[in-house]
Design a protein around this ligand. Structure first.
Ligand SMILES: [Zn+2]
Length: 258
């Protein structure tokens, strides 16, 4: 069986299995395995492959590599044109989900979802699956996904914004359930508030899905800092609108409404 030589872009080498991170990687060509399967067998999920070049020519994922081929694997170009502006996060990315919602990005999340459920939901709702599970991203049935870089939620947020550069709409989405917020008059929610909140704040918003009430609470400055960092991380494209910025969130001071 003859061999092909595969070079993987620097950004993708972290996916290569230990012991195979030295360039170049030599792989056997069995005449049956497609190029995408060969690359995935090295550890690089198909969602992270930007382009494949064989002997200097672009090739599709389904190309059958032959002995002597020189293959180059490029990473996804950033910002990537996402298949959808809606996302689904796996069970380990709850803190990232809340941050995405804080800046108005549609981010579905269920901490009990099994892997099969995640793939089904992503496909049915046309959401891009965000995960750090390479096996999930290699599922053939999965329509769209992305590997999230970073161990800390703020780093993960920066990575998602850098990769997709989605439009931001801070303070428009419920951080608890992903529902949309709508500004409400104080009398509408007054009965749901603690006395101290009722005395201190006058502007409120309510989640249209779960009824939680939001206001600019003690954590507003910390949250604004997250929003500001997200805005600068995005650093290109559409500027966020500030016209509807009267809706606030607390992540800790919410009043659990009806
Ligand atoms: Zn809600």
């Amino acid at each position: 069986m003859r061999e092909a030589v595969v070079s993987v872009a620097g950004e993708l080498r972290m996916f290569l299995r230990l012991g195979r991170r030295e360039e170049p990687v030599r792989v056997s060509c069995d005449g049956v395995s497609t190029l995408v399967h060969v690359v995935e067998s090295l550890g690089v999920p198909r969602t992270e492959i930007g382009s494949l070049t064989v002997n200097g020519h672009r090739q599709s994922l389904g190309y059958l590599p032959r002995g002597g081929d020189i293959v180059q694997v490029a990473a996804v170009r950033r910002p990537q044109v996402a298949e959808s502006a809606r996302f689904l996060l796996d069970v380990h990315l709850g803190a990232l989900a809340r941050r995405l919602r804080l800046i108005g990005i549609d981010a579905a999340y269920d901490n009990n979802a099994a892997d099969d459920d995640l793939v089904t939901q992503a496909n049915e709702e046309r959401r891009v699956l965000l995960t750090q599970d390479r096996g999930l991203l290699c599922r053939r049935k999965l329509w769209a996904g992305a590997y999230v870089l970073g161990a800390l939620p703020d780093d993960q947020l920066r990575d998602v914004l850098d990769r997709f550069a989605p439009p931001l709409a801070p303070w428009t989405r419920c951080t608890a359930c992903n529902g949309q917020l709508r500004a409400v008059a104080k009398p509408t929610v007054e009965s749901l508030l603690e006395a101290g909140t009722r005395r201190t704040y006058d502007e409120f918003a309510q989640c249209q899905a779960c009824g939680r009430v939001y206001w600019r609470g003690a954590h507003a400055a910390r949250l604004q800092a997250i929003v500001d960092r997200a805005d600068s991380a995005r650093c290109r494209g559409q500027k966020r609108s500030t016209g509807e910025n009267h809706v606030t969130d607390d992540l800790g001071l919410r009043c659990d409404g009806a």
